[in-house]
Design a protein around this ligand. Structure first.
Ligand code: HEM
Length: 465
């Protein structure tokens, strides 16, 4: 262990008082602001005492990687967060722990491999084309649109097509209801994290959550039931898996058993929720970054035009758009859709940097703070895509300083899917429009609502090219 990473015997942090209530209130008010202040004031490892628990915050990339990779087996996800997520996700790969998680992850991994994701490119392109057709301003005039809503419905369409081969040709009332339900669940979940138990679903003030869960459950179960009916009509003749549901239905565990309806529903729900909200947030922030940086946008447009010459993108084009990829990377640095990883808890005694953490200790990792650390990123609040280009002479960025998808065995299952989708959508968007901020509108203020979103729905001006 290098000298820099040694952790002092007494970990610095706010003086424990009133059971940590001032810290809890501050986290609840502005989680990322609180975490940033902790690092600025106390350094790379910060201790808080919250409701009788030792809570450790790690900000140094090397220590964070050591925790997520080498110490993975000694940690579980914070039980309260898992309980809150289980209301919607059931016992999916996102929520499971230990051998159950290992089994699920191993089964699902092939469905998200680069090769498999390449097969989804035509579906992603078709969904983008339809969404952008709908957004095209009448008679080619510039138009101010709810860009966030456009991206949310588009990524929802992409995940519904890849999961269920659903054809979401128009933003039906069902998609808008689903978008509302996802937003409602996120809003309620953020509040529930800070209380030890959730009120039962029948409580009158849980009506929104109740309706949201019912609506998403019906959406997912409806697709599964329809597929089962089709398969029954085909008298069990197995078509080759083309979408994720077909793949999930073709999986067999070590005993040769299929996933039951509940397990299928849980994995589909996670793919649906984790698979579109984060990508929508990423595209929303990318849209803002490009709108606010016309030179970077112009360079991206020239690149897209040069590579695609007006045709729709294909899988092979993804590596031919290096500047656009740098813009995406930089936008994910400034506005990571998941700026705080799931809090972890030590399941066994953990040793890190000379520090011993007792079982039960909380561990927090906040890419949203780490990715704006001036030690690794000069002018950390500025949009500078070239900082990731090794040819540009910028100081080398240490591994782990950029981790919008997490790291280690629980790294995002859908990172390849997400980067493919974001690149395709962005390329197709720039083929048709120039993006600009709405004149006079204030820059969007990020707020953490499970994913990092603008406080007010982001409006952008689309100028047809
Ligand atoms: C820009 C888009 C995305 C971002 C920024 C993102 C971010 C993350 C992060 C940070 C984690 C790890 C959380 C932790 O360690 O606490 C994660 C896990 C996960 N993500 Fe993503 N994600 C994105 C898109 C997707 C997509 C498109 C899918 C699926 C289609 C997906 C499925 C998952 C799943 C299933 C897990 C849990 C993996 C496990 O626990 O083994 N994500 N994601």
């Amino acid at each position: 262990m290098s000298h820099v990473l040694a952790i002092p015997d007494t970990v610095p942090g706010p003086r424990p008082r009133w059971a940590g209530l001032p810290e809890i209130l501050s986290m609840r008010r502005d989680y990322l602001g609180h975490m940033k202040r902790l690092q600025q004031r106390y350094g790379d490892v910060v201790h808080q005492r919250l409701l009788g628990l030792d809570d450790y915050n790690f900000f140094h990339p090397a220590q964070v990687r050591e925790l997520l990779i080498a110490s993975h087996d000694g940690m579980i996800r914070w039980e309260r967060a898992t309980q809150v997520f289980a209301d919607a996700h059931g016992q999916s790969v996102l929520v499971a722990e230990g051998p159950a998680w290992q089994r699920q992850r191993k089964l699902l991994q092939p469905g998200f491999s680069p090769q498999r994701v390449q097969g989804f490119v035509p579906l992603m392109v078709a969904a983008s084309r339809q969404a952008l057709d709908r957004a095209a301003p009448a008679a080619g005039d510039p138009a101010d649109i709810d860009f966030e809503q456009l991206m949310t419905l588009l990524t929802m369409d992409v995940i519904l097509r890849t999961l269920f081969s659903a054809d979401g040709a128009t933003p039906s009332a069902a998609s808008e209801e689903a978008a509302w339900a996802v937003h409602e669940l996120g809003r309620v979940a953020m509040g529930e994290m800070y209380v030890p138990v959730s009120a039962p679903l029948w409580a009158p003030w849980k009506r929104g959550k109740r309706l949201a869960l019912r609506s998403l459950d019906a959406l997912i179960r409806g697709h599964i039931a329809r597929r089962r009916a089709v398969r029954a009509a085909m008298r069990g003749a197995d078509a080759p898996p083309e979408d994720l549901l077909a793949l999930l239905m073709s999986l067999r565990d070590e005993d040769g058993r299929e996933l039951g309806d509940t397990a299928l529903r849980d994995e589909c729900m996670t793919a649906f929720l984790a698979g579109h909200e984060t990508s929508a947030a990423a595209l929303t922030w990318l849209g803002w970054c490009l709108a606010a940086h016309p030179d970077a946008q112009r360079q991206a447009i020239e690149e897209v035009d040069g590579v695609l010459s007006g045709r729709v993108p294909e899988a092979a084009d993804l590596t031919r758009l290096p500047w656009l990829s740098l813009c995406i990377k930089e936008s994910l640095r400034l506005h990571p859709p998941a700026p705080a990883l799931f809090s972890r808890q030590a399941a066994t005694e953990l040793r890190i940097g000379g520090l011993t953490l007792r079982p039960g200790a909380m561990l927090r990792i906040t890419p949203g703070v780490m990715q704006r650390d001036p030690r690794w990123f000069e002018e950390p609040d500025a949009f500078r895509p070239e900082r990731f280009d090794p040819a540009c002479g910028h100081p080398e960025i240490p591994r782990g300083a950029w981790m919008p998808f997490g790291a280690g065995p629980r790294v995002c299952l859908g990172s390849h899917f997400a980067l493919t989708e974001i690149t395709l959508v962005a390329a197709m968007l720039l083929q048709r429009f120039r993006l600009a901020p709405v004149p006079g509108a204030a820059p969007p203020e990020p707020v953490l609502n499970i994913t990092l979103r603008p406080k007010q729905p982001l409006q952008l001006r689309l100028l047809p090219r």
